[in-house]
Write a protein that binds this ligand. Structure first.
Ligand SMILES: NC(=O)c1ccc[n+]([C@@H]2O[C@H](COP(=O)([O-])OP(=O)(O)OC[C@H]3O[C@@H](n4cnc5c(N)ncnc54)[C@H](OP(=O)(O)O)[C@@H]3O)[C@@H](O)[C@H]2O)c1
Length: 194
């Protein structure tokens, strides 16, 4: 069974961005030490353009071969003229409004998102599935999430876009690893207790 991992950047108080979802204030914590961690552990989570700029184009995928995004998150790439932001992965975008995919590498999921994710998880072999966000899609897929990788940057937003745009529900996760960085960032990995 392949795992669905919600891999996300957030503030100390658990927001993935400001109220509109903008998380650019966190980018400054991606320094040399943090980048070395990304390159070693999660190279495929860096978008294709960034990989090119950072000379990481040749790094093989380590944990994920598939990515799922909500349409609002995908829009950020489209606005830059990028139709395949994770060209090194199989890309799925959840949307009921995008009539057709702007790129041959991107498949639109319009119906039964959770069912499609269960199908992907049931595929034989391969690597895991990277749930990229945003908040709404993570909320919709909450029950399917097997693992959380939370990159926490030393910022408090006060309010903002929550990790999950879903209703109140308490679920328990087991802490698998913690990595701390000189600049105050943390990367924690949790697995779901089923
Ligand atoms: N901090 C981080 O690491 C991080 C990572 C990713 C994203 N973000 C931020 O998250 C923000 C976007 O998050 P968001 O919550 O506004 O939106 P989102 O989850 O990215 O996308 C929401 C859209 O996904 C589609 N969707 C949702 N549920 C669906 C379902 N069950 N079936 C089919 N389509 C479905 C709908 O698209 P249609 O309206 O087209 O139907 C919906 O409007 C961005 O601002 C981005 O910066 C932050």
């Amino acid at each position: 069974m392949r795992k669905l991992t919600y891999y996300i950047a957030c503030s100390i108080d658990g927001f993935i961005g400001d109220p509109g979802g903008d998380g650019t204030a966190m980018i400054r914590f991606v320094d040399e030490e943090f980048l070395a961690f990304l390159k070693a552990e999660y190279p495929e989570t860096v978008p294709t353009q960034g990989r090119r700029a950072l000379g990481m184009d040749d790094l093989p995928n380590k944990r994920f071969d598939t990515v799922i995004q909500g349409r609002a998150s995908y829009d950020l790439a489209l606005k830059e003229g990028i139709t395949s932001p994770y060209a090194h992965l199989r890309e799925y975008v959840a949307s009921r409004t995008l009539q057709e995919s702007p790129d041959p590498n991107v498949e639109i999921i319009a119906d039964d998102l959770a069912g499609k994710v269960r199908e992907l998880k049931a595929e034989e072999g391969g690597l895991g599935i990277y749930l990229c966000g945003g908040s709404k899609v993570a909320g919709e897929l909450f029950d399917e999430i097997d693992e959380l990788v939370i990159k926490t940057y030393p910022l408090v937003y006060g309010t903002g876009m929550p990790m999950f745009g879903s209703g109140f529900a308490i679920s328990e996760f087991a802490l698998e690893s913690v990595r701390t960085f000189g600049n105050g960032a943390l990367a924690r990995r949790y697995s779901r207790k089923r």
